[in-house]
Design a protein around this ligand. Structure first.
Ligand code: FEO
Length: 394
């Protein structure tokens, strides 16, 4: 619960959710999160851009009251997801004359997800303007960052871009405005990796739309505001590029140390070959850290024991997740230890249809890796180094 004067007639309502630790029942939030809404007061009309999560609607209304807002004419919905739209029904109850300004797709989703009545909407299209009296809002469609209806609102006179999830970060902080720090960079990267990465091809066009507006400030609806837009725009350009690092992401599960033994050996051989490694034990993994590494890694190795004739469920889960996140990874390897058979390798391969790179010959061994398996692991390390060289990473 916090309000902050951004500029004359422009206010931030920063609903701090320090204690939230999970989003979508999937994404870890080690730093909590915020839902940012903005109030813009023109000479004639007052607009509210986005709101707060349903869980925080009561708090949100209190913040509006604390700011002395006694009239809202327009509620701009940049995105229908409930962490930004959840408080809109309560805002409409309190400010009965307010209209929800949004695009047709977002209106459709707000009607179905929050049951906001049809007569509450005023529909806008690409590049429509809304005059508040000395403050003009422009609406630009930025689909698939990260839903089909996402849009950005520009405040023309002040050159401020209100981007909602786009460029956001799950970071609860009272440092409401940033010039760009390593902490903010990491939180924004984690956010991009978990939520935006599957849409990187779409993001490129949407970055261009924001850049064309020449913003002096980017105001997302999660995390700090960017006083230097180039900080986050350049970071996004890097993340969406085809560039990967000379890095192997080793994802492993080990029940009785056989896989762990193989992974430790492979890790050292990769280091000896000049390849960087990030090793993650999937039984204690943080989904966000894995997602972030998937942005950078040129190679992924999944190593699993056999459980009930298939891969370990954790290996299945993270392979499935990697497939959803559509990483830029160029090379993939699978390592499997078994007791008496099974089809773990086949099952993992089938879980990764979005992977379009090169699959190395899987390595499989019975129980603890024997001399032959160690030889294959050593050759795998050399092959990875060679492949990284061929694509200019080493
Ligand atoms: Fe922050 Fe897509 O909601």
């Amino acid at each position: 619960m916090a309000t902050f004067k951004l500029k004359d007639h422009i206010y931030l309502i920063n609903t701090l959710h320090w204690e939230r630790r999970l989003f979508d029942e999937l994404i870890p939030l080690p730093e909590g999160t915020t839902y940012n809404a903005y109030v813009i007061i023109g000479k004639d009309k007052t607009a509210l851009i986005d709101s707060a999560d349903t869980l925080k609607a009561f708090e949100f209304l209190k913040d509006l009251e604390a700011l002395g807002i006694d009239k809202i004419d327009y509620v701009i919905a940049n995105h229908a997801e409930q962490d930004h739209s959840g408080a809109i029904p309560k805002v409409l109850n309190k400010f009965e004359k307010a209209k929800v300004i949004t695009n047709p797709k977002c209106a459709e989703l707000l009607k179905t997800h929050l049951r906001i009545p049809d007569n509450k909407f005023q529909i806008i299209q690409e590049n429509d303007l809304l005059d508040l009296g000395g403050k003009t809002l422009r609406f630009v469609m930025t689909p698939w960052v990260h839903w089909p209806e996402t849009q950005v609102t520009f405040l023309e006179e002040d050159h401020i871009a209100f981007t909602c999830d786009f460029f956001g970060s799950h970071l609860a902080t009272t440092e409401f405005i940033t010039d760009g720090t390593p902490d903010v960079y990491n939180s924004a990267k984690r956010y991009y990796a978990e939520i935006m990465a599957p849409f990187r091809n779409m993001i490129s066009k949407n970055i261009e739309k924001v850049e064309n507006f020449e913003p002096l400030m980017i105001c997302p609806s999660h995390g700090p505001i960017y006083r230097k837009p180039e900080f986050i725009i350049n970071a996004y350009k890097d993340w969406i590029s085809d560039k990967v690092d000379n890095l192997v992401l080793l994802l492993y599960v080990s029940m009785h140390h056989s896989i762990e033994h193989a992974i430790r050996f492979l890790e050292q051989k990769l280091i000896d070959n000049g390849v960087m490694v990030k090793t993650v034990s999937l039984s204690t993994a943080d989904t966000g850290e894995v997602a972030m590494a998937l942005i950078d890694a040129a190679t992924i190795i999944v190593a699993t024991p056999t459980v009930h004739a298939s891969a370990h469920p954790l290996a299945i889960y993270y392979t499935f997740l990697a497939n959803l996140l559509r990483p830029k990874t160029k090379f993939l390897g699978i390592i499997n230890s078994y007791g008496w058979g099974g089809k773990a390798i086949e099952d993992l391969k089938n879980l990764f249809p979005n992977f379009k790179g090169e699959l190395f010959e899987p390595i499989s061994f019975k129980g603890m890796p024997d001399e032959e398996a160690m030889g294959k692991l050593e050759r795998l390390a050399s092959t990875i180094a060679q492949k990284h060289k061929e694509v200019g990473l080493l």
